[in-house]
Ligand binder design. Structure first.
Ligand SMILES: Nc1ncnc2c1ncn2[C@@H]1O[C@H](COP(=O)(O)OP(=O)(O)OP(=O)(O)O)[C@@H](O)[C@H]1O
Ligand SMILES: [Mg+2]
Length: 362
């Protein structure tokens, strides 16, 4: 049985940007256009297969029922943001099913597939970015207010120390001075750097090497620091000190996670790798070329209750942590139009930094 596609009509379908499939009344695939083949990643092999061999998913029963009810009732059906498994990937798609019948023959189903994966990701990133900006502003405001009286308190404590020379009071004034200094340091970190960053051609590998050097100095010899660089990566216009700060904050967390959760059978390892990505979308911008830097450790993973919020300031899973490292890293990377992603499970925590270097279009 062949689908009665007129040659011109087929040519048009083949050139559509949206995915189109044709199913017969037994829900066997009779036609997929190239956009649909690319989306489901099994190409022309899909033709002749029952549709549920191609979409193996948790919504598959729902989709199957929807297809049968379209056949039965003859009305089109649309579904938004359906999560389906195609090949080995989970996709978010919008789909529309339309019944089609030629000369009272058995009906066919025309299935239009719109890939929403990218759009959902963009929407999530935009919301996250907005939330982070608001929290950063809030934290800066608090830091500013915190810092104002500290100078006064410190000065008064110094005066007190002078007018109360008795040794028994020295300890009290010393504690006041030390604690105000500690608070000032914290407030400075919360406020962030006020140095205007330079933008000079920067070799990402030189920044990573510097970080590796610093981490080596902090880590016991048993921790392995592994490199897997793509030497063909071009330079990026950036402030090397800022990039070092980003990679150092991430690597230091990795080291702390490994050292604070020792396991005899594990060989502690932090891996630095670099790659390039072409045609990569960050927010609503599509970039021709993006640097991808991955810092991975084989530690315990990020605690589940923290994992969704670690980029917010003051969120920390460590007793001595101030929860600022990742939020500072995120802020710097955002200034360069980039993105940090995190995937974590016990035995593998991966932070991926994306930094655009060439050509962006909205
Ligand atoms: N590689 C990692 N493995 C396990 N947990 C991690 C990892 N990286 C980050 N975390 C968790 O994320 C939290 C937030 O990290 P962040 O760097 O923002 O703050 P911090 O390390 O607690 O404090 P600070 O960096 O300001 O000293 C950490 O406290 C830790 O619980
Ligand atoms: Mg940290």
């Amino acid at each position: 049985m062949t689908v009665p596609l007129v040659p011109d009509f087929q040519w048009m379908m083949d050139n559509l940007a949206e995915g189109v499939m044709m199913l017969d009344a037994d829900l066997v695939i009779q036609y997929t256009n190239p956009a649909a083949s690319a989306l489901i990643e099994i190409g022309r092999k899909a033709v002749g297969q029952p549709f549920d061999h191609v979409f193996q998913d948790r919504n598959f029963r729902e989709m199957r029922q929807a297809l049968f009810s379209v056949l039965r009732e003859g009305h089109p059906f649309s579904k938004r943001e359906a999560h389906v498994w195609a090949g080995n990937r989970e996709l978010v798609i919008d789909y529309t099913v339309t019944p089609m019948q030629w000369n009272n023959q058995t009906p066919y189903l025309l299935v239009e597939l719109h890939n929403m994966d990218r759009l959902v990701r963009i929407a999530k990133e935009e919301v996250l970015k907005a939330n982070h900006q608001i929290t950063r502003q809030l934290i800066r405001g608090v830091a500013h207010e915190l810092k104002n009286p500290l100078g006064g308190i410190r000065g008064a404590a110094q005066l007190l120390a002078r007018v109360l020379p008795a040794e028994e009071y020295r300890d009290y004034t010393r504690i006041i001075i030390e604690e105000t200094d500690r608070l000032k340091q914290l407030a400075d970190r919360m406020l962030g750097s006020r140095v205007i960053p330079c933008r000079c051609p920067t070799n990402i590998h030189e920044c990573l090497e510097r970080v590796k050097h610093l981490i080596t100095a902090e880590a016991p010899a048993a921790v392995q620091l592994v490199r897997d660089y793509d030497p063909s990566l071009p330079e990026i216009k950036a402030d090397p000190d800022q990039l070092i700060q980003v990679f150092l904050n991430i690597s230091r967390n990795a080291l702390q996670a490994l050292l604070e959760n020792p396991q005899h059978e594990r060989i502690d390892c932090i891996m630095f790798s670099t790659r390039s990505q072409r045609q990569f979308t960050i927010g609503s911008m599509r970039h021709r070329l993006v640097l991808q830097i991955v810092i991975e450790d084989n530690g315990p993973g990020i605690p589940e209750n923290l994992v969704d919020n670690i980029f917010y300031p003051m969120i920390s899973g460590r007793p001595a942590g101030s929860g600022l490292g990742l939020s500072i890293a995120q802020e710097i990377v955002t200034q360069y139009g980039g993105l940090i992603e995190c995937h974590s499970q016990p035995g593998s925590t991966k932070f991926t930094v994306y930094l655009p270097i060439a050509g962006a279009e909205a």
